[in-house]
Design a protein. Structure first.
Lengths: 553, 104
């Protein structure tokens, strides 16, 4: 077994996340790397599993400039497949078994992926692949012994190559530029791709390491779906540190505090909504998670109340509020919360950027706005090169100023000495639904499609004190629309974005510009919802009901 | 998959483990109906969360916690992660109830 120091990458090699993972794996081959659905793998075993798929990709001419799509539920196969793409020097494109099939196909097509790695449980989806994926050259079914009916060339479990932790993989020689391609909500109704490079991710890892010190003794909880870049933090901070990763059981996010204690995990990363819901469920007792050392929150406003409740539940944990969009690789900076304050803030500050990143405020004219309020714009080594194959969208959000390249976040903010940046609101109609990013226009496009109505307006509903939405409701003008049509939206939208109600109203309030007056609609939403009749379970009021159900059981 | 088959006669002679699979399923069904607020739900051993309207990740945890409460058991992460359908849940209930019975 070769010396770990032999694998230290000379700085002349191009950046590669795959190589960074291999270095860590080779330094700690017998340490636990992964727990997923009851199965445990050491680093040696994980690289063997990934390596078999990586070599197969290479043998099928999948190279550094290619994307590898991955469709699997949360098992060791999913995580091994991601590493397989990376150590082959390719970029991975995660699909999501919880997305409606149409959304997965949209992502698959937009990505131009030439390879798809698919688990056995998801294979029924393959039968629907017709000729409309011209880029797809090979499907790898690492768990299967039988081919699907798709016409695309397929590799089965028996075709997997033999690899081990000492094998020389493509990423060590010639990695591609990209590490992954993730898709976020788009205002046109079609998800837009965000390509993140190996250099971007390695820059994030340097940045996050400026606020935490993790190593092989740490155990990371992995909550976020792989289609959200919060998972990038979980996977790659763990696997480049020799630490272990424990994948939270599917559909049981609320049991994560129990999971942390059961597995003695040390690192947590989630949206604040998860913490709030766990608290509401009565699963956040003081001192219940003594093993946690680091808690990171990101993705929506963190209230002082949630931060204090968390501090009591995890008394040995640093609590860090991170800030940043997918377009700047997970997060570009943060604020370390000091618990035990007599008067906790309503909302926790966003803090300061990591050493290599830049945050600044710009006014609507595109000029620097000093301390604000202004739009938060980001610059530095974590910022993506643009949107995937969309020069127009890229031109809308990326710009040059002061000799730097910037990304406009659409978040409005202020800057205060000491505390740093704080969030003031949005400049557009992007919202967070339980922490998930969504453009209201995308939901409106789906509602128009499903109802056949020309005019649809979607509002976040209900909205919590911190500004986060628990869901949304839609209003359409047109003929009477049955209450069952929200379910049809499930074929187009992820479940958190499906409106709980679609209400037909006689007239849409318009402002002086002839556009929908969303404020007037928002004012009337409560009464409109109560007025309309509904026989099926009223999910709009679910937020309130939930609290009661928890105390009753 | 999970814990194998259970001999019904053996089960009924263990103290604290007298319930048949059907009885356990009925109790689970009542819990699910209660939490989802839908009286029409009639589960079989093959029923999965996907088959039942409104059974999302929030209700999934509520249901698991209620089942733990109702039968006096505690499920671990592996069991929760590997659960496939109502039958799996019945297996786990029997397994945990039997284990507690043996300790007595």
């Amino acid at each position: 077994m070769a010396n770990a120091s032999e694998f230290r990458a000379p700085s002349s090699l191009p950046p590669s996340l795959g190589r960074a993972i291999l270095e860590s794996a080779r330094a700690y081959p017998d340490r636990r790397a992964l727990w997923a659905r009851g199965e445990t793998l050491t680093y040696r075993e994980l690289i063997e599993r990934a390596g078999g798929m990586a070599l197969l990709l290479g043998e099928n001419s999948i190279g550094p400039d290619d994307r590898v799509a991955i469709l699997s539920e949360r098992t060791t196969t999913l995580y091994a497949a991601i590493i397989a793409a990376l150590i082959n020097g390719s970029a991975y494109v995660p699909l999501n078994p919880r997305f409606p099939p149409q959304r997965n196909w949209q992502i698959l097509e937009s990505s131009g992926a030439r390879a798809l790695i698919c688990s056995e449980s998801q294979r029924t989806m393959l039968d629907e692949i017709g000729g409309n994926l011209p880029d797809l050259d090979v499907i790898i079914l690492p768990e299967s012994g039988v081919r699907s009916s798709s016409g695309v060339r397929q590799m089965l479990a028996t075709d997997l190559a033999r690899a081990d932790i000492g094998t020389r993989f493509n990423c060590e020689v010639a990695p591609g530029e990209l590490a992954y391609l993730l898709f976020t909500s788009g205002t046109t109704g079609v998800p837009k791709g965000v390509p993140i490079s190996n250099a971007n991710v390695l820059a994030y890892l340097r940045g996050i390491r400026s606020v935490c010190n993790v190593g092989p003794e740490d155990g990371f909880l992995q909550i976020a779906d792989l289609t959200f870049d919060m998972s990038v933090h979980d996977l790659f901070l763990a696997w480049t540190s020799g630490a272990s990763l424990s994948s939270a059981p599917e559909n049981a996010t609320l049991l994560s505090s129990r999971f942390v204690t059961e597995h003695e995990l040390t690192c947590w990363f989630s949206v604040p909504s998860a913490a709030a819901l766990i608290g509401q469920a009565g699963l956040l007792d003081p001192g219940c998670m003594p093993s946690l050392r680091y808690t990171f929150f990101c993705g929506e406003a963190l209230t002082g109340a949630v931060a204090e409740a968390w501090a009591a539940a995890a008394p040995n944990s640093a609590i860090i509020n991170l800030y940043g969009p997918t377009e700047a690789t997970v997060a570009v900076g943060g604020f370390r919360y000091e618990p035990g304050q007599a008067e906790p803030p309503a909302v926790v500050s966003l803090g300061h950027p990591f050493p290599e990143q830049v945050m600044a405020l710009f006014d609507s004219g595109g000029d620097p706005a000093k301390d604000g309020p202004g739009e938060i714009c980001l610059s530095g080594s974590q910022v993506a090169s643009g949107y995937w194959q969309s020069p127009e969208l890229t031109a809308e959000r990326f710009f040059e100023a002061q000799g730097r390249r910037w990304y406009r976040t659409g978040d409005l903010g202020r800057f205060v000495d000491g505390e740093g940046f704080s969030y003031v609101g949005r400049a557009d109609r992007q919202i967070k639904i339980r922490g998930y990013r969504m453009e209201l226009q995308e939901v409106e496009a789906a509602v128009r499609k499903v109802t056949g109505c020309a005019l649809a307006a979607v509002l976040p509903w209900p909205v919590t004190e911190s500004g986060s939405a628990l869901g949304c409701v839609a209003f359409v003008v047109g003929q009477d629309v049955a209450d069952t049509t929200p379910e049809q939206c499930r074929e187009l939208l992820p479940d958190y974005a499906v409106p709980s109600r679609i209400l037909a109203i006689r007239e849409m309030p318009l402002n002086d510009n002839g556009k929908v007056d969303y404020r007037a609609l928002a004012d009337r939403t409560a009464s409109l919802l109560e007025d309309s009749s509904c026989e099926s379970t009223d999910r709009v009021k679910r937020g309130v009901l939930e609290a009661r159900i928890w105390t009753a059981s | 998959m999970a814990a194998g088959t259970w001999d019904r006669q053996v089960m009924s002679s263990c103290s604290g483990a007298g319930e048949s699979r059907t009885e356990i399923l009925e109790r689970i069904n009542r819990i699910v109906v209660d939490i989802l607020g839908s009286p029409d739900i009639a589960m079989s051993e093959e029923t999965t969360a996907r088959d039942v309207g409104g059974w999302d990740s929030l209700s999934h945890v509520q249901i698991l916690l209620s089942v733990e409460n109702a039968f006096g058991i505690r499920l671990n992460a592996t069991e929760i992660a590997q659960m496939e359908n109502a039958g799996s849940l019945i297996d786990l209930v029997q397994k945990h109830v039997a284990a507690d019975g043996e300790r007595v």
